[in-house]
Every structure is written in structure tokens, then in C-alpha cells.
Write a protein that binds this ligand. Structure first.
Ligand SMILES: [Zn+2]
Ligand SMILES: [Zn+2]
Length: 174
């Protein structure tokens, strides 16, 4: 995504707006794959203040994710409000000031967009707030079926609680 700012460089203080949409391939991040199923949309307001550009707006898209509990695929929207600054400087100088560099009459937004996605995209999520997950014993999806493991686990727990109560009673009697 590139922003031609030739006009704005001559009009300090006058904000301008742009809308970008771009299809992004999967992004690998920390062992996760971010999979976009909608174009990444960026609505930008930018203004030149004589030295640099204040760039703010909203980035949004939709990701296909796997539920942390049951591993089913689901789609999740995400959007990020941002406010960044671009200055006419080398990459190192800009990095030091926590800004993005630009030169000439173009703002290259790709790095900012990638940073915003990596820092803000959800990596974990549930297919639904009350996802029951998988049975830890047989691995069946407890959202769609009820196995018999869970009831025997419960019984086992009750049994051990009764045993514990019995042990405590025994101790008291001593
Ligand atoms: Zn789930
Ligand atoms: Zn089970």
C-alpha cells in the first residue's frame, strides 16, 4: 500500500483521507499462521505538519482461526485503531524515534500495516464463548456429542472425595 502525498506536502495542516483494500496471503507469526479470508481494509486520515505525517485510522479484516479448545475452524473479525507518524528520515533515524520513514512523495504503508497486524491480530480464540472443547480421554468433540468418559471421570472424582472424607474422619477418631 502506497500513499502519494505530493499534494499534501504542499498543504501542511490540511488532512486527507484514503481507503485501501488489499488481499494478503497467510502470515507466519511465532508458529501461528494468520489466514485472512477478507481483504485487509485500511481507512487512513493523514496530515502533513511541515516535518512529518500524522497517520491515523482503522485497519480491519477477518481471520480464519482454529478454536483453542476444540480445534474447529471459525472466523473472527478484528479491527485496530492506530495513530502513527512518518518522518522524512533514514530507517535508523525513524526507528529511534519510533516513527516510520518516508522519502520523496510516497508513504510506503506496508511495514506499518504488517506491524499493526502482527501486534494486534488475535492468535487464540474460541469458536463460541461456551465451547466445551474435546474430551481429554477419548478426544471427541463435546460440543457435538456426549461420550461416557466424562461421567466416569465425575464418578471417579466423587469416589476420591468420599475416600478423602473417610480418611479425615478416621484421623479425627484417632
Ligand atoms: Zn471450540
Ligand atoms: Zn470421552
Amino acid at each position: 500500500m502506497e500513499l502519494n502525498v505530493a499534494a499534501e506536502l504542499k498543504l501542511a495542516g490540511k488532512p486527507a483521507k484514503r481507503h485501501f483494500e488489499e488481499e494478503l496471503g497467510p502470515i507466519d507469526f511465532g508458529g501461528h499462521e494468520l489466514r485472512f479470508i477478507m481483504p485487509v481494509c485500511v481507512d487512513i486520515t493523514y496530515v502533513f505538519d511541515g516535518e512529518g505525517f500524522s497517520v491515523s485510522g482503522v485497519l480491519s479484516s477477518r481471520l480464519r482461526m482454529n478454536c483453542t479448545k476444540c480445534n474447529e475452524e471459525f472466523d473472527q473479525d478484528f479491527s485496530v485503531d492506530f495513530s502513527e507518524r512518518f518522518i522524512k528520515a533514514s530507517e535508523e533515524e525513524a526507528d529511534e524515534l519510533e516513527c516510520y520513514p518516508f522519502s520523496g512523495e510516497m508513504l510506503d504503508l506496508d511495514r506499518m500495516v504488517l506491524d499493526l497486524i502482527i501486534l494486534n491480530a488475535p492468535l487464540y480464540g474460541l469458536c463460541k464463548p461456551d465451547c466445551k472443547g474435546l474430551c481429554p480421554i477419548c478426544g471427541c468433540d463435546l460440543n457435538t456429542m456426549q461420550c461416557s468418559c466424562s461421567s466416569s471421570v465425575k464418578n471417579a472424582n466423587f469416589a476420591s472425595l468420599e475416600e478423602l472424607a473417610q480418611l479425615l474422619n478416621d484421623e479425627e477418631e484417632v
